[in-house]
Design a protein around this ligand. Structure first.
Ligand SMILES: Cc1cc2nc3c(=O)[nH]c(=O)nc-3n(C[C@H](O)[C@H](O)[C@H](O)COP(=O)(O)OP(=O)(O)OC[C@H]3O[C@@H](n4cnc5c(N)ncnc54)[C@H](O)[C@@H]3O)c2cc1C
Length: 377
């Protein structure tokens, strides 16, 4: 395992400044920040960002992208998340679907989907989890059977974020029967149109009533052969490599940062007790940022820092949650007195949503197990 220290170049620092300037102009004063990459879905903002070249940054120019480095993408994401920009519409397609298409997709699929993703106009969900398959993903029961010119898919996916707003999702399913002792074989990924006949999307609301998750039932949904993503039977290897792309970015440690910003802005003065809270949070944020940036740099060197990424997600998502607990304790008195402020409202939202951060994209228990196995191998 290696986390090589890395510093930003002058060009990278300039990019950061440019994004800050853009955000100061684009986000109206007093805008309500979104918490994390999934916080708010705003197609207009996604398109505006894409016009600046900040969506599809890692997609090659021949597919409408910009061929930028992982570090450049990191810096843009970091600024957007810290400011609470509404990036929920395009983020998953950009972070996860685009690299999967580049690695495993056919030329036809790349040409069909990547330009729309880079334009901030085409949105994807992830169809992995099922009612009885989460951490044990290889036990998925959604099955695809051969049909004339394609596949007929039947099964139920769950926790499918934003399926009610997005256009497609990549479904992990069984394309050949499970063989005794070889449950990772026989799985494939199919790109399914969320508006196709036989797809039924039902909301699973958060405690506060907000709607991000869904259950997606697939009943004899026809998927043409040209929508098979990658090789038939290689679905397991594909999704595990795909999960690795999504684990170490700033979206795994900055989700609740806008709550800290609001808290600081609303302090009439910073007491010693406030400074102690701030110091502890800032020190952790700084350390995690170095780890996360080092993973981006390793990706740019062509390395595959899978274990490092799992560890960054583990420490990063715990930090996001601990920040909420620390600020709730620090502001206990004013909250008890019924404080009505942006900070109080963001904190309430974070209290409801942050427990999910250590689950989505693989639970922390599973990530620790990934790291432990690699360290003892
Ligand atoms: C906000 C959010 C968004 C999500 N979005 C999507 C999405 O868009 N698409 C999608 O497909 N899925 C999505 N998920 C689902 C997510 O991937 C699963 O919740 C996650 O993989 C865990 O699966 P599970 O909920 O079935 O829990 P389980 O796997 O049943 O785990 C229950 C508990 O047991 C522990 N556990 C399980 N196995 C082990 C083990 N081997 N060792 C130690 N402990 C273990 C887990 O850590 C957990 O604490 C989302 C989840 C959340 C919270």
């Amino acid at each position: 395992m290696q986390f090589a220290p890395t510093a930003l170049t002058p060009d990278e620092e300039a990019l950061r400044a440019e994004v800050r300037e853009f955000l100061a102009a684009e986000l109206p004063a007093g805008h309500r920040p979104a918490l994390g990459f999934a916080g708010r879905h705003d197609p207009e903002f996604s398109r505006t960002l894409a016009k600046r070249g900040w969506v599809g940054m890692a997609i090659p120019p021949r597919y409408g992208g910009h061929g930028r480095s992982a570090v450049d993408r990191f810096l843009v994401a970091e600024e957007l998340l810290a400011a609470g920009a509404p990036i929920g519409a395009h983020f998953v397609a950009d972070r996860q679907t685009a690299p999967a298409l580049l690695h495993f997709g056919t030329e036809e699929q790349r040409q069909r989907f990547l330009p729309g993703i880079a334009a901030g106009e085409l949105y994807f969900s992830l169809g992995m989890s099922e009612p009885d398959s989460g951490s044990d993903l290889a036990s998925v029961r959604t099955r695809a059977t051969r049909a004339d010119g394609g596949w007929t898919v039947t099964g139920t996916k769950v926790w499918t974020s934003e399926a009610h707003r997005n256009h497609f999702f990549a479904v992990l399913c069984r394309t050949s029967p499970m063989e005794e002792g070889r449950k990772h074989a026989g799985l494939s990924q199919l790109v399914v149109d969320l508006a196709a006949p036989g797809v039924r999307i039902s909301p699973i609301p958060y405690l506060d009533g907000s709607h991000h998750f869904n259950e997606v039932a697939l009943e004899d949904v026809f998927v043409p052969d040209d929508m098979v993503l990658g090789e038939l039977g290689s679905g397991w290897a594909q999704v595990t490599s795909e999960l690795a792309y999504e684990r170490a970015g700033p979206d795994r440690w900055l989700s609740t940062f806008p709550v800290l910003r609001a808290w600081l802005r609303e302090r009439p003065s910073v007491t010693d007790a406030d400074a102690a809270v701030l110091g502890r949070l800032a020190a952790r944020a700084r350390a995690i940022r170095h780890l996360s940036l080092s993973v981006a740099r390793a990706l740019d060197r062509g390395q595959a820092p899978v274990v490092e990424a799992a560890l960054v997600k583990e420490v990063g998502t715990r930090f996001e949650q601990d920040l909420v607990a620390a600020l709730r304790d620090a502001a206990e008195t004013e909250l008890d007195q019924g404080a009505d402020s942006l900070f109080a409202s963001l904190l309430a939202e974070a209290v409801i949503t942050s427990p999910s951060y250590t689950l989505r994209g693989g639970t922390n228990e599973v990530l620790r197990s990934v790291a432990a196995k690699a360290l003892t191998a």
